[in-house]
Every structure is written in C-alpha cells, then in structure tokens.
Design a protein around this ligand. Structure first.
Ligand code: GUN
Length: 315
C-alpha cells in the first residue's frame, strides 16, 4: 500500500485565499488587522521564523510591526515592550518569538500578554478556554493539524487518536482539539508503557516528540493517518544512510547540502499508513497560516464580532 500524501502547502494556499478575502472585507469595513512580532536577540533560527511570519503578513495584506530588542534586554524592559503593544490599537496580535534570552523570564512575559492579542495561544487564559471548549486563540501548530485532517476528510469523530508528546505548545493542545472533535484520545510520552502497542491501536497518530524518525512502521496500524509534527536536521552521514536507505532522492539532498530534514516519523511508514504528512511540506506550512488566521480572528474579536474566520472558525 502507498499512503496518500496530505499536502500542507496546498492546504495553506487554500487557507490563504480564504483569509485574503476576509482581510479585504475587513479593510472595506475600515479595519486593518496588524501583527506585532517581538524578536529578542540574534538566534538565527528565530530570525528565519520571524521573517517568514512577517513575509506572510505582507503577502496577505496584514500590517506587521517588527520589534527587535537586544539579547541583553531585561525582563522588566521586555515587559514594558509587551505593555506598549497591549495598549496599541493598531496591534491585534502579538507574538513573542521563543526562546527568549536566558536572563528573561518567559513565563512572566507570556503571562503579561493581553490574552485577546495572544495569537500563539500560549497565555493561561487561552489554554483554559481551550480546555473549557470556549472559542479562543488556540496554539497554531495543533490548529493547523486539525485543518489538515478536516480539509482532507479524515474522519475524527469516534476515531482512536494517539498524540505522541505532551508539550504545552503541541501535544497538550493537540489532544484537547482532537477530544473536542470527539476522538478518543491517548496522550503518549517518554514514560508510556507498551508504547508501540498503544500507538498501533490508533486511527490517527500525531507524532510530536522531537525524536528523529522514531515512529517506525511497526508502530502504525495499516491504513492509519500519520501526522508528523517533527522537524529534525540530520547532519550525520551514517544517520542519513540508515534513515533514508529506501529514498535515494533524500540521500541526494544530503549529498548536495550536507544535511537533510526528517520528521519524528520514519520515512518507511509510507508503506503502512493510509495517509501521511511529508516533512517538509506537511504540518510546517500550516503553523504560519494559523498564526495569520488567529491574527484576523483576534482583530474581529477585539472589535466585538464573533463571526467565524473563514479558515479557522471551528475552534
Ligand atoms: N518558537 C518556536 N515555535 C514557536 C511558536 O510557535 N511561537 C513562538 N512565539 N515562538 C516559537
């Protein structure tokens, strides 16, 4: 069996075209939604991520504001930055790129965000609303996974779902979103007994442990849907040869670039799964799409409209 590929780029494009229409409608009503991104310090990966987020705003017609405090900023000074953004009327969404410099208390910063502008969905108020099943700003990556499942017509209600990983950013909110969609959800983690057997019972597997190619074909029930949230850089030749033994084009990428990306799911799972998200080009594109969607949603909510956002109003 060869699995159906769930194309994240195509789903992202669909969401962008719906959002662009919605943003035009908001602008026609005199509303210009805006996102502020706070990038503290010089972390190269964070710079890349934030630049992609700002570029997406430009593409969709959202206003964007980039704030770049130095790596030496104190918690108090960053709190003052957040406070100003909380007050600004032209800012609907605020994202503080993680990780923050080591001397800054991430918890204090996240707790200081106005929950109505917390487009990452990290604030305890938004986490609590997600638990309670109230409309809220939910974490972007798990929201993106739900969009992939729904738009690919993967049945969720009544299904057994295994979420591998229990992070605050992915595993926990993912489990709650699946639960609200009436899946029977098991959250697995590094201490789970009989992990393979537990995952093998699942119709939907979401792999988000951050362990390169850990989910091998024996974990997967034939025909299951496998969603791979992992993004791991393989820079070791022996690792690349072992993981991609059956994928010459990936080995070619490794030869050309000196590294290759792999998810938390082993590529051989393609021979067992019914459907799967590739890495790259699966879940990744949805994370920024949902950030854009949350910014538009925040703009509507702040102005008292509860009408659903075209792409993501199902939370
Ligand atoms: N760092 C890694 N992922 C994320 C994310 O989704 N949001 C923010 N703010 N920082 C991150």
């Amino acid at each position: 069996m060869t699995a159906r590929i769930l194309n994240g780029n195509a789903i992202r494009d669909q969401i962008y075209s719906e959002l662009a229409a919605e943003i035009s409608a908001l602008k026609a009503a005199g509303i210009q939604p805006g996102l502020a991104a706070v990038l503290a310090g010089e972390n190269p990966a964070s710079k890349l991520y934030v630049n992609s987020k700002i570029a997406a705003c430009g593409k969709l017609g959202l206003a964007s504001f980039l704030i770049t405090p130095p790596a030496s900023i104190s918690t108090d000074d960053l709190l003052a930055v957040v406070d100003e953004l909380n007050r600004r009327d032209d800012v609907d969404g605020i994202l503080v790129q993680m990780p923050l410099p080591h001397q800054v208390s991430s918890k204090k910063i996240l707790d200081a965000l106005d929950p109505a502008k917390d487009v990452d969905g990290f604030h305890p108020i938004n986490v609590g609303k997600l638990v309670a099943g109230q409309p809220s700003l939910a974490a972007c990556t798990p929201s993106g996974v739900m969009e992939i499942l729904r738009r690919s017509n993967i049945p969720i209600e009544g299904s057994n779902a295994a979420v591998m990983g229990r992070s605050d950013i992915v595993g926990k909110p993912m489990a709650l979103l699946l639960l609200h969609a009436n899946a029977t959800v098991t959250i697995c983690h590094s201490k789970t007994h009989e992990l393979k057997d537990v995952v093998h019972r699942a119709d939907i597997v979401v792999a988000a442990m951050g362990r390169a190619a850990m989910v091998t074909p024996e974990f997967i029930r034939p025909g299951a849907t496998v969603i791979d949230v992992g993004q791991n850089v393989i820079a070791d030749r022996a690792d690349a040869l072992r993981i991609f033994a059956n994928f010459p084009e990936k080995l070619e990428t490794f030869r050309a670039k000196g590294s290759v990306l792999v998810g938390d799911v082993h590529p051989d799972v393609v021979n067992v799964a019914g459907a799967f998200t590739p890495v790259p080009g699966g879940v990744g594109p949805l994370t920024i799409a949902m950030l854009m969607s949350n910014t538009v949603k925040a703009a509507r909510m702040r102005r008292g409209s509860s009408a659903p956002v075209a792409a993501a109003g199902k939370s």
